[in-house]
Design a protein around this ligand. Structure first.
Ligand code: SF4
Length: 708
């Protein structure tokens, strides 16, 4: 067995792409490069890696785009010049102090990332909320998981994924909605596929307006009209009730809200629901039958539900299906939200969102604020939630926010209505960019550039989608003067004159974080670097004496984290408030991912093998629409929305429905040209609770491009 930690120049780590969190063995070669293989002993992936994971080492070995030393300029018209760390951080501290003094602490903000390690998240959250005195710390996780976070909290009383991956092999029905795990969470999906191959009675239902690779193993593909998820979930709920396929005992003793829910779902007939969703009554009945007959039922979802202006309601309507059937807290059953980023979960554990405090404490709760303030020995924590991801850029644009520190993320590709974000950075008084690569467009707007260490160049921890905490070894030194992100933040905090940031190493930061989890639902006390090196990973909540590997499955005792201990079934309306097509913008645009790229391609885009799969961005359009627009395969089209435009080659395919077009989200500006950047088009309308943007639905026009 491969020993965890260092072993003959081989080190254990965790893949830094999606939230599946596969274990890898990183080998340090004699020439200083690294190679990567799947960790056969790791419970998540048992040695498997997908195309992205298999090519991880290329992104680290290729240093051609790396930032090597801090840079700074005193004036936006001046060129950047190389400076040392003290100069860069002292100037940044001086500017931050000036703004805080003149305009108050809410005039500055940190925008971080679900790719940050837990320790990095912890220190930046502590710095901002405890010492600067503002809650303006948010991350790009807001763009992917915040609707699921809010829905878990509202229905189960806590942001807690109830299941573990080992439940996959115990389930006999999967309801996969708003997700394409075959491409976006491949190793997890391989486990579902293998389970079905070994057990042909296992049923897979896929709900998606597109025919994706995930559909290829589905028993039933419900090809819904975009945005109709709640109507579909309610229709299935109604049929489950009608068919008597609900768990009366669970509903009576362990849930609230069923009467209102039942009344609501019976308001719409199956015929109406089928019409709205664009699927047949027969298929909805079949989905309800598969779920009703299941002994183990897992609902699985990701951005298709989360990234919506009604994302929380979509999530709640899905979790309801697990609650009314009692499929939660038992083997092979429960809701399983798939995380897009490797450590979005760890970020939430330390409270790294504008509305959270450490260990999932609530910012609005005065006792929670006091607990954290005392622990940090800091100033009183501001009760007002800070600016969320898109709100930060609006506030910059409007002048309310003066300075932003962008850490480990690429907002000028990933934010919706991204040209507004570009305007915002142009207007910003002061921009700090903490990055590994010299490529992201944000660097053009920076006043200070801070070079960061990459994956395998620093140690720390992450938590995957099943609450599994893992330790990532440092294997090689970062190039040039690059530093681990946590060290950069701690050095800056000290330049600001704050106490409590003089950690000797990352282990000390982690130890402080776990102390704060004591007596909370995510209790990780007892977890340490030593333990993680010995055991590779544990799942929170962790009680060393009782459960040495942590807690794989939550709610086995049917005690939920709500005030009365009961799960809450929310009767949510099925209204959609997205921007609707009209004569000027007659198509619905939906966005998503391709198999071999990850997020804004700042890492995967460096790997020529991965670029082979999809060489450039494209637009998928249905053959009927192509005929009406007189388009041939490969024609270039101009796609416009109320916010901007792009120009792309057409891919004519019946995998999208008539009236719907699809564009991948990965491509940003290429050599100053933003004509492939889909977020020129997307809408920055937000879910009112989660503040997650409506990436999956906006109105666009499509026209053949005619050369001027
Ligand atoms: Fe990495 Fe996700 Fe692929 Fe696993 S499935 S190797 S975590 S990208």
């Amino acid at each position: 067995m491969q020993s965890p930690g260092k072993h003959n120049e081989s080190y254990t780590s965790t893949c830094c792409y999606c939230g599946v969190g596969c274990g890898v063995i990183v080998k340090k070669e004699k020439n200083g490069t690294i190679s990567v293989a799947g960790n056969k002993d790791y419970p998540v992936n048992k040695g498997m890696l997908c195309s992205k994971g298999l090519n991880l080492h290329y992104t680290v070995n290729d240093k051609s785009d790396r930032l090597l030393y801090p840079q700074m300029r005193y004036n936006k018209n001046m060129p950047m010049k190389r400076v040392n760390w003290d100069e860069a951080l002292e100037r940044t501290a001086a500017v931050f102090k000036t703004f805080i003094e003149k305009y108050g602490p809410d005039s500055v903000a940190f925008y971080a990332s679900g790719q940050c390690l837990t320790e990095e998240y912890y220190v930046v959250n502590k710095l901002m909320k405890g010492f600067i005195g503002s809650n303006n710390i948010d991350t790009n996780s807001r763009l992917c998981m915040s609707s699921a976070v809010a829905a878990y909290k509202m229905s189960l009383g806590e942001d807690s994924v109830p299941v573990c991956y080992d439940d996959i092999e115990l389930a006999d029905c999967f309801y996969v909605t708003g997700a394409n795990p075959a491409w976006c969470h491949p190793i997890l999906w391989r486990r579902v596929e293998a389970h079905k191959a070994a057990n042909p009675n296992v049923k897979i239902i896929v709900v998606d307006p597109r025919a994706t690779d995930t559909c290829s193993v589905a028993d039933l593909h419900l090809r819904v009209n975009p945005g109709t998820d709640i109507t579909l979930n309610h229709a299935i709920g109604r049929l489950l009730i009608e068919n008597g396929d609900i768990d009366i005992d669970f509903i009576r003793n362990h849930a609230e809200g069923f009467a209102q829910y039942s009344e609501l779902v019976f308001k719409r007939t199956l015929t109406e629901a089928a019409l709205i969703c664009g699927v047949s009554e027969h298929d909805i009945r079949l989905a309800a039958k598969y779920i009703g007959e299941a002994k183990g039922f897992i609902s699985m979802w990701t951005m298709g539900l989360n990234q919506s202006s009604v994302g929380v309601n979509k999530n709640l309507s899905l979790i309801n299906l697990n609650l009314i059937t009692g499929h939660i807290g038992k083997p092979g059953s429960g809701p399983l939200s798939l995380t897009g980023q490797p450590n979005a979960m760890g970020g939430r554990e330390v409270g790294g969102l504008a509305n959270l405090l450490p260990a999932h404490r609530d910012l609005k709760n005065s006792l929670h604020r006091e607990e954290v303030q005392k622990f940090w020995n800091s100033k009183p924590i501001n009760p007002q939630p800070g600016l969320t991801a898109t709100e930060m850029f609006e506030a910059l644009e409007g002048g309310r926010l003066k300075a932003i520190w962008i850490m480990c993320t690429n907002p000028l590709t990933s934010l919706p209505n991204v040209r507004l974000a570009e305007q915002a950075l142009k207007k910003a008084k002061f921009v700090v960019v903490q990055e590994i690569s010299s490529k992201p467009e944000t660097l053009a707007y920076a006043d200070v550039i801070l070079p960061a260490a990459a994956w395998a160049e620093k140690e720390g921890t992450m938590t995957n989608s099943e609450r599994r905490i893992s330790y990532l070894n440092k294997v090689i030194d970062p190039p040039g003067e690059a530093l681990p992100d946590a060290e950069i933040i701690c050095r800056f905090a000290q330049k600001m004159g704050y106490r409590g940031f003089d950690y000797k190493n990352a282990a000390e930061i982690y130890a402080e974080h776990v102390k704060l989890t004591a007596k909370t639902n995510i209790d990780a006390t007892g977890v340490s670097y030593e333990l993680l090196k010995e055991q590779q990973s544990v799942q929170w909540p962790f009680k060393k004496r009782l459960r040495p590997a942590g807690t794989p499955r939550l709610f086995a005792d049917k005690q939920f984290y709500t005030p009365h201990g009961k799960a809450i079934i929310h009767a949510v309306p099925d209204a959609l408030n997205s921007e609707q097509p009209d004569d000027n913008y007659p198509f619905i645009l939906t966005t998503g991912r391709v198999r071999d790229q990850w997020h804004t391609m700042s890492k995967t885009g460096k790997v020529s093998k991965l670029n082979q799969h999809t060489k450039q961005s494209f637009i998928e359009i249905n053959p009927h629409d192509a005929i009406l627009l007189q388009l041939n395969e490969g024609d270039v089209v101009v796609v416009k929305s109320r916010r901007g435009e792009v120009r792309l080659k057409t891919n004519i395919t019946s995998s999208v429905k008539q009236g719907v077009v699809f564009i991948p989200m990965h491509w940003g500006k290429i050599l100053g040209n933003d004509l492939h950047r889909v977020n020129n088009l997307t809408n920055d309308a937000l879910d009112p609770i989660s503040k997650e943007p409506d990436f999956k639905y906006c109105a666009v026009s499509v026209q053949k491009y005619e050369k001027p």
